[in-house]
Design a protein around this ligand. Structure first.
Ligand code: GLC
Ligand code: CA
Length: 593
């Protein structure tokens, strides 16, 4: 095979997406059901770690305002901001004590207004994080609710009177004992919290509570925000009888997965329809559910247009791949199989091929850095594999959610000791494993790959102290590779990960085939290459991604013309037109017709 391959090394013209396509405009026949949020690229900012404007070591809104031109330069359309509301920060803002004000550490409402204005002036939309499965235990509602059994706010939360005995088990994700109930002696009752005890679950079965939430959403929409990312929204509805769920039942009905149980409470879709009717339908907005517990079978219930609920959701099947089943985020020593990866993303593409619309992401504030988890963060391949993963995200039929810092190729910090972690999840899991006499070293090693704090380290602006993020002491350590990996350095380098991201965004934005075109997986069994076509009208793009550190062969059934390579993370492509030899982590997008 090798010998028969006529290897031609061809230098590719350095055409940007725009140049390539002004000469060759896409088919004007517009695809059905176009929506701005389908065509958008979403850029997620973790405000705590983006830019600190006042030297207290914590990123803030004024910091984002300072960097709006940078954000604009990426070419993205929408910014999703993690929660910026008043919060005691048990879970970095996912525990809100006032939904209508800004966290002091992040600034003031005036700063927020300025940020929103600055984004809109630049044509960027702003999506906020809606955290309404639970509030903070320091929210006024909860203070009232716990004060007495007859308080008017009692039914804003879920209480179980202790005289009925212990409530049936529900999981509490961030609790050392794993329980989702906490006893409160003040009224001799337990309250429900699916996360930490600092995050009591709101009672959506109460219409008064729903009205409060809807009014609050209107408050932000009336300010001009463009949408919401909805935190664990499938969890909001509960069977308030809180029946016992046996292992057998959990297995049979929910595949043994608590999040599937929690994501299918009885009133769920009524509440979402009501939210749509009362709020969402009145604004030109976008919504995306954090699809915890959502499966290919239930996905349509959230996002089909005619159901009038939400626009998009993101699933967990992809990012869960490769972990051992009975351990907490410990990677299978054999890594993940690309064939499985392809199967999952192809399946989810087909879920939305006729109805609804998908999302695609490989990183966010709950995931480690994508290049460490899905690429290769060694010195040799960090940049190449970052670009390859970016190519994947920007060429799928789904709205890309791109996590800040991935455009620089930022990788996991890999802390050696628990003391460096700030995340409630890592800290409580460590304690849980310790209490159970488990293997702490295994946990620390696994966290180097999977911990959330890996993606929460400060953004790397330049080579000055603390990567230019803060003049003070950063709230979490800066990745020591910042002297090489930072915006300032990458701006200077035409071939940087940053500039590749910008080109890739442009390519997507200028080619509807990359947004709406039909997706077809090629070579599903190939263990190294992820290859697919995107086709719209009489246009077809071929995407070739080598997910491995070894060269990989790919055979075509028709001729590939190297002059039509639109983007390539290498200077060349090795091909005779019918066969391609992909270099390690090589990514190319080629126009086929
Ligand atoms: C979501 C958030 C995560 C948070 C949790 C509880 O999964 O993305 O960061 O810890 O909900 O609010
Ligand atoms: Ca600050």
């Amino acid at each position: 095979m090798k010998n028969s391959l006529l290897l031609i090394l061809l230098s590719i013209l350095t055409l940007s997406g725009e140049q390539a396509f002004s000469a060759n405009k896409p088919n004007p026949s517009s695809p059905p059901d176009r929506k701005w949020w389908k065509e958008a690229v979403v850029y997620q900012i973790y405000p705590r770690s983006f830019k600190d404007s006042n030297g207290d070591g914590v990123g803030d809104l004024r910091g984002i305002v300072e960097k709006l031109d940078y954000i604009k330069s990426l070419g993205i359309d929408v910014v999703w901001l993690n929660p910026v509301f008043t919060s005691p920060n048990a879970d970095n803002g996912y525990d809100i004590s006032n939904y209508r004000d800004i966290m002091r550490e992040f600034g003031t409402m005036a700063d927020f207004d300025q940020l929103l204005k600055g984004m809109h002036e630049r044509g960027i939309k702003l999506v906020l994080d809606l955290v309404v499965n639970h509030s903070s235990d320091e929210h006024e509602w909860f203070k009232q609710s716990r004060s007495s059994r007859t308080n008017p706010y009692r039914d804003y939360y879920h209480w179980w009177p202790a005289e009925k005995g212990k409530p049936a088990f529900r999981p509490g994700a961030f609790e050392v004992d794993g329980s989702g109930w906490r006893y409160d002696s003040l009224t001799n009752a337990y309250y429900l919290h699916y996360f930490s005890y600092k995050q009591p679950d709101l009672n959506w079965e109460n219409p008064k509570l729903r009205k409060e939430i809807f009014d609050m959403m209107k408050f932000w929409f009336d300010k001009g925000v463009d949408g919401f990312r909805m935190d664990v929204i499938p969890f909001i509805a509960k069977d308030t009888a809180f029946p016992v769920i046996t292992q057998k039942e959990l297995q049979q009905k929910y595949n043994g997965d608590w999040s599937q149980y929690m994501g299918s409470g009885p009133g769920l879709h009524d509440y979402l329809k009501e939210m749509n009717r009362e709020v969402l339908s009145k604004y030109n907005c976008m919504t995306v559910a954090e699809g915890a517990g959502v499966t290919v079978k239930t996905a349509h219930d959230f996002v089909d247009e005619e159901r009038n609920e939400l626009n998009m959701l993101y699933h967990f099947e992809g990012v869960s791949l490769g972990y051992l089943p009975d351990k907490f985020k410990v990677m299978d020593p054999n890594g993940y199989k690309l064939t499985e990866f392809k199967k999952i993303y192809s399946k989810w593409d087909s879920v939305f091929s006729r109805k609804g619309w998908g999302t695609i992401y490989l990183g966010n504030h709950d995931q480690p850095r994508m290049v460490t988890r899905w690429g290769n963060d060694s010195l040799q391949y960090r940049e190449l594999s970052s670009k390859m993963l970016t190519t994947f995200l920007m060429t799928m039929r789904a709205t890309p959610y791109y996590y800040f810092g991935d455009e620089l190729g930022m990788n996991n910090i890999k802390f050696d000791q628990i003391e460096d972690y700030r995340d409630i999840e890592s800290i409580s899991m460590y304690q849980q494993i310790k209490n159970n006499g488990g293997d702490l070293q295994e946990f620390i090693d696994a966290q180097k790959i999977s911990a959330r704090d890996n993606s929460r380290t400060p953004f790397q602006w330049d080579a000055s102290q603390n990567a230019g993020f803060t003049s003070g002491t950063p709230w979490i350590k800066v990745n020591p590779n910042y002297r090489a990996v930072n915006v300032a350095a990458e701006e200077q380098d035409e071939n940087s990960v940053l500039n590749y991201f910008r080109k890739m965004v442009r390519l997507r934005k200028h080619n509807p085939v990359l947004v709406y075109g039909a997706y077809k997986l090629l070579v599903p069994e190939d263990p190294q290459v992820y290859a697919y076509t995107r086709t719209l009208g009489n246009e077809q793009f071929l995407i070739l991604l080598n997910f491995s550190a070894k060269k990989a062969d790919f055979a075509l059934d028709k001729k590939l013309n190297p002059a039509f390579v639109l983007i390539n993370n290498y200077p060349n492509i090795e091909t005779n037109g019918k066969q391609v030899k992909l270099a390690p982590y090589q990514a190319v997008v080629v126009r086929m017709k």
